[in-house]
Design a binder for this molecule. Structure first.
Ligand code: GDP
Ligand code: IMO
Ligand code: MG
Length: 421
């Protein structure tokens, strides 16, 4: 068997949580491979909305086991809150949740450092979710991070103190207020809580499941355009959000990757700073935000909105090796009589291109659009065989331009509002 990967092709919030939940009954295992509580993955069913930050989105499916892989950064405090919120649903965490001992731990000073660095950047700030993602990955790469498996060792407190002291030295230079004794108590309570879960060698777990013939879905967080290598650096997150990240973040060999599901919205959004060529800073953008309820699932910030951007989608498809596309939030475009599609960029020197330039952050990019007639009607009752012609035309246009089939169309936040083509 192979590991299928599902990931966002834009700047995150494409609807990964919803689709993982929809696909989960087909999978024995769902595994997160990167990112941490900067993610906010929304699932809706039976009239209830759940937002997951650390826990994989297969958790509501009784027969699906969920893995938090080695590539993830885990905040024990956020994890504990999340588990406690789920208590009323009687989920079987013993049977269905597994955490890699090699996952990196976010400690409270990582969050403080995130705040300090962002504050110091002033108007150049990344727009981080301030969950300590950058600083915790920095410590991982700097070979001084703490890992989940370390909480079981006798010298965990000593290792923690050593790291905290190093962080305090840095924090001295910044003007950040905090009550350390509260943060420390919260952290150690959460660490004790974490000890009761299945802490495993997840690379063995995943590969043994593959050998047994289990089906596995790797759930991406963030989006390809926020990737540390391929995103609009430095306005990115601190992990590899692309397919290759599933290999390193789970311990899966490249030849064991199967389908790559690429999710995108029928338009574009971005939260935080950084280039966004098709951004609409006008009333049209406001209407998109309102219609799509585009406010961050993790921070509540309004998301920037704009038309679909084919050069960046093509880039993401190339880097990820996408085999199937899933188009989300088609219903949000119901209100627009005309839909715009960005096919090319015009750079500041007048060049017209389909590629993302290296200097993407230092120049004004003008999108070149083609227009299509919108369907301008509700999609509530459509089926795969009874779509408005204009929607079918939009899909056909995108499939031709992107050279990958669109196999799923999502027309609302609920599990049920999903059309398999
Ligand atoms: P994720 O981070 O990729 O899991 O996406 P988020 O959960 O952060 O953001 C997606 C938002 O869109 C959530 O509020 C979902 O409930 C919602 N959503 C998902 N699919 C659809 C859809 O097809 N139509 C509409 N209107 N909302 C959707
Ligand atoms: P999901 O998984 C959208 C953005 C932040 C900021 C940049 C760096 O829900 O799609 P970080 O906290 O990682 O230091 O922030 O990345 N960002 C996201 N945007 N969806 C996400 O996750 C995001 N996770 C981080 O807004 O611009
Ligand atoms: Mg999200």
């Amino acid at each position: 068997m192979k590991v299928d990967v599902l990931l966002g092709l834009q700047w995150g919030d494409e609807g990964k949580g919803k689709i993982v939940d929809v696909l989960a009954p087909k999978y024995d295992v769902v595994a997160r491979f990167q990112g941490g509580p900067n993610a906010g993955h929304t699932l809706e069913f039976n009239g209830i909305k759940h937002v997951l930050h650390q826990i994989p989105s297969g958790i509501f499916r009784e027969k699906t086991r969920n893995v938090i892989g080695n590539g993830v950064v885990l905040d024990p405090i956020i994890f504990k809150n999340e588990i406690e919120k789920l208590a009323k649903y009687n989920l079987d965490f013993r049977a269905n949740l597994f955490i890699s001992k090699k996952a990196t731990i976010i400690i409270p000073t990582h969050r403080l450092l995130d705040q300090a660095y962002e504050k110091a950047k002033g108007i150049d700030k990344i727009g981080s979710t301030l969950k300590g993602i950058g600083p915790s990955y920095q410590d991982k790469i700097g070979r001084q991070g703490l890992r989940v498996g370390d909480i079981l060792s006798e010298n965990f407190k000593a290792k923690f103190n050593k790291l905290v002291d190093a962080h305090f030295e840095i924090l001295k230079k910044y003007d950040i207020e905090y009550n350390w004794s509260d943060l420390e108590t919260q952290f150690f309570n959460a660490v004790d809580f974490l000890k009761q879960f299945n802490l495993i060698d997840s690379e063995y777990f995943i590969n043994e499941e593959l050998k047994k013939g289990s089906t596995i879905l790797a759930e991406g967080a963030q989006g390809s355009l926020l990737d540390i290598d391929f995103g609009s650096y430095p306005f990115v997150t601190s992990s590899n959000t692309v397919t290759a990240g599933a290999c390193t973040g789970l311990g899966v060999a490249p030849r064991k990757i199967g389908e790559v599901y690429g999710i995108f919205k029928a338009y574009s959004t971005r939260v935080g700073s950084g280039p966004f060529p098709t951004e609409l800073l006008n009333e049209e953008g406001e209407r998109m935000r309102k219609e799509g309820n585009e406010f961050g699932s993790t921070t509540g910030r309004p998301r920037r909105c704009g038309w679909i951007d084919l050069p960046s989608l093509k880039y993401s498809i190339m880097i990820n090796g996408v085999t199937q596309l899933l188009m989300m939030k088609a219903d949000v475009l119901n209100i627009f009589p005309t839909i715009k599609i960005c096919t090319h960029y015009q750079l500041s020197d007048g060049t017209i291109t389909e590629s993302i330039p290296y200097e993407v952050i230092n120049q004004q990019i003008t999108p070149i659009y083609t227009e299509m007639k919108g369907w301008n009607t509700s999609l509530a009752d459509i089926t795969k065989d009874s779509m408005p012609k204009e929607l079918a035309d939009y899909i056909a246009y995108l499939e031709k331009a992107l050279e990958v089939p669109i196999t799923v169309i999502s027309i609302g936040p609920d599990r049920e509002q999903t059309i398999l083509k």
